[in-house]
Design a protein around this ligand. Sequence first.
Ligand code: NDP
Ligand code: HSE
Length: 442
Amino acid sequence: MSKKPVVKIGLIGFGVVGEGVWKHIQQNRSALERRLGARLQLVKVAVQDMKKKRKVQIPPDQLTTDPMSIANNPDIDIVCELMGGTTLAKKITLAALHNGKIVVTANKALICKHGAQLFKTARAGGGHYFYEASVAGGIPIIKVVREGLVANRFNLIYGILNGTCNYILTRMERENLTFDKTLIAARELGYVEADESLDLDGWDTAHKAVILSYLAHGKWVSIKDVPVEGIVNITLEDIQWANKLGFKIKLLGIISQNNEGKSIFVRVHPTLIRKDKIMANVDGVYNAVSVNGDIVGSGIHIGRGAGQDATASAVIGDVADAVNILLRTPQPMGLEDTNELYTPVGSNIELSSLEDVSSQYYLRLSVTDKPGVLAEISTVMANHDVSIASMIQPEESSNQKTTLILTTHQSNEKRIQDTVRDLEELKNVHQKPFLLRIVNFD
Ligand code: NDP
Ligand code: HSE
């Protein structure tokens, strides 16, 4: 029997994801090693706190608090960066790539911020950079867009890209729970980022949308050019109103092509989706990515978007690709080829303006309950050419104030933003109107 080659792995980070990766490699080791034709050896693991109690045990001599020593260790073939952050993680990743190592990451914030430099370094140093776990957890969406659908141009990619937010919105809707209670549960399940604002304010979704946008269009969109809204202002009341109107609320990342493919727009916001749409029924920690390719048409990819197991599955998938490269077995298309193919597209493509982005809208207003107020509001809307599609006013009011729920016909971002600004200035409108988008994608 021939002896299998040994592939040596260093893990940087042994938290939710790192522990999961190692646990599942151990559990499925024999099948995995048979499939790969190689033995996987964990050489070193970098952590911050050597004394921390860990659910997955590692011999103490394999632990280090010096992650750079893993990036520079000539004995290590594959470095898995599973620690997060964008400063030290960047330094370590660059060092490992310069050293010609294969780096596997789940760090979407890092790719979004420094992807261009990291990919360039990977190509120049002969290393490889794999990042399947960075978008949509266990759904192999990077492979789908980069490899399976490579023949296509992508008119529209949108989806639920944050497990934490979807989990929170789902439990609020199903169980009438408060935002805070569901957040505690999401933390316990290991879904939430160390910096919770990344999830709740929409930035994590934006990081993932930027990565998908690069894959689809070859253009690195700066996060500064992405309008981002999270879920922190969504109340149980909004969820219930949306339900009455026939919608569910989901936080979506949307990458749309405009002007016949000459420009793209990336945005993140909570969105009303008709209840009969598949996307509206993707609940809990599940993510869904709808990809519309000009050749293949539309397809929706659904799977668990966060948590130890789903993420570890994606990381181990990348480790397997890395092993294939190391053993020089036939490869699916790698990073270099992808960029050569996409660069001409990316360099020509522009960012769309707000006028190009259209939608229907949901508005929640707190208004004075007296004659003439509705007329004031509809005048402002008419002034901006925004047409009202439906209106609900509950009968109860307190202190002569009431809530008004409006939906609009198709309008665009510029007109609706101008409308909201003018409504806010009306004496009889008591808070900034709360705006959500209604999408009607196929
Ligand atoms: P955790 O906070 O659970 O784990 C982070 C790990 O990194 C810990 O083991 C920590 O050490 C270690 N670490 C942090 N700083 C240092 C340092 N300076 N030197 C050495 N080790 C360090 O994070 P997660 O596992 O949840 O996330 C890791 C990455 O995966 C992030 O980029 C995240 O965005 C991404 N991700 C997470 C998902 C999830 O569901 N949790 C899903 C998809 C991606 P110690 O244990 O000693 O504290
Ligand atoms: N915090 C992220 C989420 C982890 O909830 O989706 C997966 O990327």
